[in-house]
Design a binder for this molecule. Sequence first.
Ligand SMILES: NC(=O)c1ccc[n+]([C@@H]2O[C@H](COP(=O)([O-])OP(=O)(O)OC[C@H]3O[C@@H](n4cnc5c(N)ncnc54)[C@H](O)[C@@H]3O)[C@@H](O)[C@H]2O)c1
Length: 435
Amino acid sequence: MDIREKIKNHSAIIGVVGLGYVGLPLAVLQAKTGFHVLGIDEVSAKVEMVNQANNYILDVDDEELRQVVDQKRLEATTDFSVLQQCDIVLICVPTPLTRNKEPDISAIVKVLGHLAQYAHPNMLVVLESTTYPGTTEEVILPALTAKGFTAGQDLFVAFSPERVDPGNADFKTHNTFKLVGGVTEGCQEVSKLFYEQSIVKVFPLSSPRVAEMAKVFENVFRSVNIALVNELTMLCERMDINVYEVIDAAATKNFGFMPFYPGPGVGGHCIPLDPYYLAWKSKEYDVHTRFIELAGEINENMPYFVVNKLQRVLNNLGKCLQGSTIVVLGVTYKADIEDPRESPATKVMELLQKLGANLQYVDPYTPSLMIGDQQYKAHVVTKELLEKGACALILTAHSAFDYQMIVDNAPIVFDTRNGTRQVQQHREKIVLLST
Ligand SMILES: NC(=O)c1ccc[n+]([C@@H]2O[C@H](COP(=O)([O-])OP(=O)(O)OC[C@H]3O[C@@H](n4cnc5c(N)ncnc54)[C@H](O)[C@@H]3O)[C@@H](O)[C@H]2O)c1
């Protein structure tokens, strides 16, 4: 049966490679749509958890996972030979950076090794991992055509970036608009048809390169704008101007302005990494993406700015950082999610640890945390804990925190996220990034 027919009648078997923040929600969505999904991950613990419907991703609904596993619509394995059975393969593996901030696409290359062995005619292969423009045509395609396939005829290849925003209550995998760039018109048609089965709006693009560039551009846009507001914050701090009031004021303009907010840095698997994929690729074309480097420099400096300011805050109280207890509130890279990857909180804590601070942290999403070679265990936020600390340092403003209680009981609160904005009493105890 032609792949188009299998897609339309949902008899196509979908292989999702990489069952992480992107892959697991996608696998559940495809299973809910009515496809039979085989999830493939190299970590057997994850595979076992999926097969027991033991959810480990906050964006995945426990009950939905239970249903698709019980109905055998979703099965997970570490065995790549199941790729032989798959009509469609969605690659969702990590794309980190090397120590020197160069793209590390080794996970993609590893998957290609398996695909070269198990790909078969009438198959659609889509790369969903974020990467530099050119990856699909320069890395994925040659690995498959080397096996004698012709793209658009007996094999279909496309790039379709995942744009999901973990923890976003309004936009999940199914209603986040999808870009699709096929290698040929046939690849375009088949991949668009596939995503239209489960995603509310699909935008076909002329090539994978456009889709790859658009995805990286979206994250560069965020990185640059966050850096801009972080720089403004450092200036506002010198000038004793409340940067949040400035942002709110600018946001009253009814066109042409979009608010971004400062913080102790950027984190997660996207914003701190993806721009460097483009910066690396651009050098091949003798272009130096200065905005990307500059934004990276400013954002990476923010943890140092926070630590510097904390030292001044304590100094004003006649205390020094060394030996002081700092109660850190929130360590994940953004509010209300469980992902600690690349969190600026980790960097801030690392710097504080080096300066001799005694760290205690609170985070309902992170039971334990490794900083340097020291393992920390999360505390519950209590009056006693806050009173014991020289300062409460808010690095991630989880909505579960009782901010009035924090401000009431801590000697002083350094709030790097403006989580205390609703607090009415004892505002004199709150220090913000810019005041
Ligand atoms: N997390 C996000 O918010 C987000 C959003 C949009 C796009 N992305 C992109 O999606 C991709 C995946 O990110 P993620 O956050 O889901 O990563 P993740 O680390 O949460 O998940 C990746 C999974 O792939 C598995 N894996 C690694 N190498 C493998 C291999 N060779 N074969 C099989 N499985 C392998 C890992 O065990 C893990 O379970 C990245 O390119 C990322 O940039 C992430």
